[in-house]
Write a protein that binds this ligand. Structure first.
Ligand code: HEC
Length: 218
């Protein structure tokens, strides 16, 4: 209706429109190069050993201390010193600390303090530091029922670990625990564990009461 309308429309710039410009060739070429390089590198690496970490293998780690131990003992043979006595012959002694962290620390904790109300402490425990027969019986056969440890009462179930651990490992882990966290009890020998097995066989769990009856007060 208004003639001015028309003139105003003519003055307007045309609506902007998105142009269709092809992706530059150089970009396409670059993408192609990256894809070829990626696939090629993958194909080239397939089947090669992975070189992550420090490239140690479990075998290399396990054999390392043994070779040094045999060097030690052969050295002490020739020199005649007592330096080789700590290697204890040809068989390497199991490492109580690592057995502890694998087999016991989930319940009794790495610091031996246990978990109040659930798992009794090993630090300061009269049972652990009693005559060797008692801790050997507990770990070999298991323990359940009420028990008082370092002034607190617990009632739980500890599975026997006799099937998982060799005599030497069981002795080593107990010797370790008896010397940690302020504990100060004698080492336990693998022979004590063997004797225990001969005497009791596979008898199943003990209770604190039974332990006291058989072995006396801890
Ligand atoms: C699955 C959890 C669990 C694991 C694993 C475990 N224990 Fe126990 N342990 C217990 C419980 C629970 C008791 C208390 C049982 C009860 O109430 O009669 C206990 C009791 C003991 C006791 C007697 C009480 C005390 O605190 O001194 C000793 C000693 C002991 N454990 C040593 C060990 C050792 C050594 C290992 C590893 C070789 C180990 N335990 C692994 C749960 C565990």
């Amino acid at each position: 209706m208004n003639p001015n309308d028309h003139r105003a429309q003519h003055r307007e710039a045309p609506e902007p429109e998105e142009g269709t410009r092809a992706t530059p060739k150089i970009v396409l070429a670059w993408i192609a190069i990256l894809i070829i390089w990626g696939v090629g590198y993958y194909a080239w690496q397939v089947g090669k050993p992975i070189l992550g970490g420090d490239s140690r293998t479990p075998v290399a780690e396990a054999s390392a201390p043994q070779t040094s131990a045999s060097e030690d003992s052969s050295g002490s043979e020739t020199s005649g010193t007592a330096g080789g006595s700590d290697t204890g012959g040809s068989e390497a002694k199991p490492d109580g600390a690592s057995i502890y962290s694998a087999q016991c620390s989930t319940c009794h904790q790495a610091n031996g303090q246990g978990v109040p109300g659930a798992f009794p402490p090993l630090a300061g425990s009269e049972w652990l530091q009693a005559d060797a027969d008692i801790p050997v019986a507990i770990v070999h056969d298991g323990l359940q029922g009420q028990i008082e440890v370092a002034g607190n009462t617990f009632e739980g179930v500890m599975p026997g670990l006799g099937a998982q651990l060799s005599d030497a490992e069981l002795a080593a882990v107990l010797s370790y625990a008896r010397s940690q966290w302020g504990n100060d009890a004698s080492e336990i020998s693998p022979e004590t564990v063997s004797e225990h097995k001969e005497r009791f066989g596979e008898r199943g769990s003990w209770s604190a009461e039974e332990l006291t009856e058989v072995f006396g007060e801890p």
